[in-house]
Each structure stands twice: as C-alpha cells, then as structure tokens.
Design a protein around this ligand. Structure first.
Ligand SMILES: Nc1ncnc2c1ncn2[C@@H]1O[C@H](COP(=O)(O)OP(=O)(O)O)[C@@H](O)[C@H]1O
Ligand SMILES: [Mg+2]
Length: 254
C-alpha cells in the first residue's frame, strides 16, 4: 500500500485525524518544533484528553486540528473535510460549522447576556437555534436562572458553563477544550469535567480536551500524552490503565 492510500484510510475512520503533523515557530533566531510529526485519530463520541507538560505542544495540536492555526506540514481531516490548503475564509467556515470551543478564560462577549452568548455562533452561521437542545443543556448545566445575566455578573464556574452550552448547542463535530478547568476552583472544575463526560455519553458528542492536570485527564476515555511535540503515550482509561502512572506524576512503588 502506498503512503498516500494508507493515510487516506487512516483518516477515514475518525471524525478528526492528523497525519505527520509538523508545526514550527520562529522564536527570534531559533526555530521551535512545537509538533514533531504527530499522527493521531479521534473516534466519534469519545472523550480524549491531550496531556503532557507545559510547552509539550498540546495547545498547538488542538489549534491546528481545530483550524485555528495552520500546520507547517502534514495533513488534517475534520469531519470529512481536508484542512490543508483551505483559504482563510474556508477555514473560518469549517470552524464555524464543525467545531465548538471551550477556553480556559471562557471567552464570552462581555456586552452580551448569557443566552445571547450561547446563541451567537448558531445565529451568526444563519442556522436555527435548537431550542430543545438549548433547554436540555441549560438544564443539565443548572444555569437556567442566569440567562439574562452578563458575564461580569456570573462566577467563573457559571461563565464556563455558559461557554459549554455555547460550544455544544450547534452540535459540532468536535468540541475542543483547552484547559477548561484551569481558571476554576476544584468544585467548578469537577462540574465541567462531569458535564463533558456526560455530553459524550448522553449526546454522543466527540470531545478533545487539553489539560496538564492528571485528575482532569482521568475523566477521559483516552489520554494522549505529548512530550516535546511527539506522542509518547496513548492510554485507554477504560482498560484500567493508571493515568497518573502514565503521566509520570507518581513515584514508582516500592
Ligand atoms: N505563537 C507562538 N510563537 C512562538 N512559539 C510558540 C508559539 N506558540 C507556541 N510556541 C512554542 O511551541 C511550543 C509548544 O507550545 P504549546 O503548544 O503552547 O504547549 P502546551 O500547550 O503544551 O503548553 C512551546 O515551546 C512554545 O513556546
Ligand atoms: Mg497550552
């Protein structure tokens, strides 16, 4: 089998996939290889955590796969669309139609109410808001009585729950979350992780979450571990493998 055919087959099984992904950044005189040949596929309706130390390339991988940033070389497919060589405009459309984002800093628009923030991505793309799904999400997230509030009137945990509703209400192919619990207290963080896990189980949502926190990673079905821009471990948490051990955060027994 030729290389090209193999890549196409590998990409086909997954809702999102990358093949031989390389991303370099210029930092003054030197070049940083943030991604050093990453090949990975994300299965539909699975919760994947991308873990690893700071600077290992987690955010870069997420940004490239979500169409937020262009890779230096390699191939990316997202829900049947090849991202390579797309114009900025086409890439914007892919992001809008196929991706839901959750960021560490919530990224809500301050002048809009919670409800307006949630509805914005759908209305901007000219689609109809799915009221039943909205009601379901708002109910599960417990933010029904906050819909007319502006972000400044909400706690961090409430803001992130609004951001979660915004990310899911458009039924994106993939929800990408970058350190979604990074700015939250542990109770709010647990609520966010529980919700993400539940959205995979109950709604069949595909979720890819970047985290450096082993406790957060343990909520996922699968944990990819990055180091220096490469995948160094790929743990199926359902198999009973110890995530914290895989992440090297606990000492060797004995
Ligand atoms: N915009 C950028 N310009 C230059 N270097 C960058 C940029 N973004 C990331 N990097 C570098 O790429 C590497 C990976 O960064 P990143 O993907 O943010 O890691 P992580 O999310 O795992 O902390 C780091 O060495 C970082 O300094
Ligand atoms: Mg990061």
């Amino acid at each position: 089998m030729t290389q090209g055919t193999g890549n196409a087959a590998a990409v086909g099984e997954y809702i999102a996939a990358a093949v031989d992904l390389v991303k370099t950044y210029n930092q003054g005189e030197t070049q940083v290889r943030a991604l050093d040949g990453v090949t990975v596929g994300f299965a539909r309706a699975q919760f994947t955590a991308i873990a690893g130390p700071s600077g290992s390339g987690k955010s870069t991988l997420m940004h490239c796969m979500a169409g937020l940033d262009a890779a230096t070389s390699g191939h990316i497919a997202l829900d049947g669309t090849q991202l390579n060589g797309l114009s900025d405009r086409a890439l914007t459309r892919v992001r809008r139609d196929k991706v839901g984002f959750v960021f560490q800093s919530f990224n809500l628009l301050p002048q809009l109410t919670a409800l307006e923030n949630i509805a914005l991505p759908v209305t901007m793309s000219g689609r109809r808001l799915d009221r039943d799904l909205l009601d379901h999400l708002v109910g599960v997230l417990g933010i029904g009585n906050r819909m007319s509030h502006r972000p400044s009137e909400l706690s961090g945990g409430q803001q992130q729950r609004v951001a979660l509703a915004r990310a899911l209400v458009a039924r994106p192919a993939v929800v990408f979350a970058d350190e979604p619990t990074g700015n939250l207290d542990s109770r709010s963080g647990t609520e966010v992780l529980d919700f993400l896990r539940r959205s995979v189980r109950d709604l069949g949502q595909t979720v890819v979450m970047v985290t450096h926190d082993p406790r957060a990673a343990a909520y996922a079905d699968r944990v990819l571990v990055l180091a220096d821009g490469r995948i160094v471990d790929d743990v199926d948490t359902a198999s009973g493998s110890d995530v914290t051990l895989a992440l090297g955060t606990v000492g060797r027994a004995g």
